[in-house]
Design a protein around this ligand. Sequence first.
Ligand SMILES: CCCCCCC[C@@H](O)CC(=O)SCCNC(=O)CCNC(=O)[C@H](O)C(C)(C)COP(=O)(O)OP(=O)(O)OC[C@H]1O[C@@H](n2cnc3c(N)ncnc32)[C@H](O)[C@@H]1OP(=O)(O)O
Length: 738
Amino acid sequence: MGLVAFTKTLAIEGAKYNIRASCIAPMAASAMTETIMPPEMLKHLNPSFIAPLIAVLTHPEGPNASGKVFEAGAGWMGEIRWERSKGAVFKTDDTFTPSAVKERWHEVTSFDKAEYPNTMGDADMMGVLELSKTLAPNKQSNPSVRFDGKVTIVTGAGGGLGRAYALMFGKLGGQVVVNDVNEQAAQKVVDEIKSAGGKAIAVACSVEEGQKIAQTAMDAFGRIDVLIANAGILRDKSFTAMTQRDWDDVIKVHLKGTYACAKAVWPIFQKQRYGRIVTTASQVGIYGNFGQANYSAAKAAILGLTRTLAIEGARYNIICNTLAPSAGTAMTSTVWPAEMVQMFKPDFIAPVVGYLVSEDNTSTSGCLFEVFGGCATQTRWQRAGGHGFPSNKTLTPEDVLSQWKVITNFDDGRSTHPTSTQEAIQQIVDNFNNTADSSSAASGDDADPESVKEAKKGTTEPHKYVYTERDVILYNLGIGATAEELKWTYEGDDDFQALPTFGVIPGFPSGAGMSLDWLPNFNPAKLLHGEQYLSIKAPIPTSGTLISTTRLLEALDKGKQAAITTVTETKDANSGKVIFETQSTAIIRGSGGFGGQKQGKDRGAATAANTPPKRQPDAVIEEETSPDQAALYRLSGDYNPLHIQPEFAAIGGFDRPILHGLCFFGIAGKHVLKSFGAYKDIKGRFAGSVYPGETLITEMWKEGGKVVFQMKVKERGTTVLSAAGATLVGDENLKAKL
Ligand SMILES: CCCCCCC[C@@H](O)CC(=O)SCCNC(=O)CCNC(=O)[C@H](O)C(C)(C)COP(=O)(O)OP(=O)(O)OC[C@H]1O[C@@H](n2cnc3c(N)ncnc32)[C@H](O)[C@@H]1OP(=O)(O)O
């Protein structure tokens, strides 16, 4: 982690000399990984997948990715960047306390409105300070956050931030161990705490002497509950002028000092099954900064150290977080103008630290917070959806370049926020089975003509779907829910819910918006919905904002017609969680003959044959549609005139408008739900068309955990939905919501 900020600093300092520096987090089999990874993983992690990325990053004519960070392994690669919450701005006066922070913690940690700062300069610190002056006094939590009976070590507490922390703990009932290399300064702070009625002791030594500091605390107070690793020094110089000594001194005090103190208190925390640590990073350790290569490396390394401590400490109730404060102190006074030092009082950082190390914080651990002038924000990694190349083919720099836009795209709705190494590895592991054969449908098969290869390259722009309970009711009515079925038509009902096939709605405009102009003789009136698959991956919110993106999965040449399959992923805009995946096949009559493949790939449940067994159905539901069914259904987002305008329907070859395929798909889905309960995926083939007003009969067979079904039109005896199946839900949580 330390190398990330170090690289960013080199990128900043190197820019004017045309020196570029990028950072990669590779996962590849090596002498190093062999000691920690099982052989079955290692065999997929061929180092040859990393070299082409490096070739692109270092090529004189390659894209400029200086200061950027990439993760790569097993043929998958994607960029990562910092994402910062908007956070909370507090009034900077006496009411800014740990209690006030506790009161608004949800705001500090909410990423509803995130920013993506790339440099130190991106933070509008002065604006924040001005705002904080005008705010109403901060609300205090009840009971208030206190430290009675708790012993806190604060390193570097002779002045600046450390002093502000020490005074705060003393004021809030805690016993404080004031460490500083400067004995007089440490003693002065101890005296201040004592004269205000608090308890404190000084220990004058370097932070590298963690054992001595811990021992002093134990001797004086008999316990240690909190460590604030704050001590630090600056040896700022451009990288060109930086000496080995400048480097070593900074690494020693910051990184080794933090290690030494954490190491000393760790067994005590483990034994008592309680401990709180806040380590000190810096915005410099996140974004890099001119003249601070040593400091940025040390600070980012502290962040990595703290995340690991948070993981190892979790089962002992040891909570560890990192703070990146910007405050005017003796240290920053060497690089900040005096006026700024004065404005950013260390007192306005302390309340956030106070809350993080309090007993009240039971869940926030391993996190990073940027705090400045009354503003507290959280910062986390955001990772692009990236691109998975076939893991059984040789990867070339040209391959990497051809997908560069995808590898570096954070705005296509596929980005994630991995919070652990396990989560981060998952995407790489998922690519293990992405072989040239299996991936051909997703990322280009050699047999595809150029037009298809080109069309498969990108994803659509993310489509935003903002909806309320009204939209859910409108959809439910559109597929025949009635006023008696209050859970589907009345938002005040305790069990109000979207019918599960609602999952096809948010992403519909994204899929339907995909350009098919590259097909020969493309005519939208000749397009019919051929097949639909829906996977429901999380409980369906009854209102919210969802983001969908679509890509071309398969383009089949069926001679007279083209069969175009797209895949759409729909995520919750706030959590980034995938809620639905849909696969839709459109048949475009008259657009075949473009030279593509004839047969598609096996896509599991999405292409399952679902042949009905040779016995009477286990359940049958008959439902009459309304002559106005299509006029109602279209209001949920499919405005294709084929379903309402007679002239357009005539061009499509119909004597009157036909019903939307997804409308009778939804009606069948409702019948499955009523007969057998919730399901997690559903699929069907539109074998024939339905006219609004016709009566639909759904025949259903339960086959193990699956319901196989088909739908017929009663008046004509025609099968309109075939090869249809739904996989029933095992998960009780999901079931409860559906
Ligand atoms: C990108 C996604 C965006 C989606 C946007 C959707 C917008 C909506 O507004 C549009 C709609 O809702 S339209 C309404 C619903 N759909 C319908 O009414 C279509 C009904 N089906 C038909 O008319 C025919 O089955 C018909 C015409 C589909 C096929 O009939 P035939 O031409 O007679 O087919 P056939 O000769 O039996 O088979 C030829 C090859 O095609 C495959 N196939 C057949 N039906 C299919 C279907 N429904 N879906 C997918 N593939 C299908 C066959 O397997 C066959 O392949 P092969 O030759 O390799 O065996």
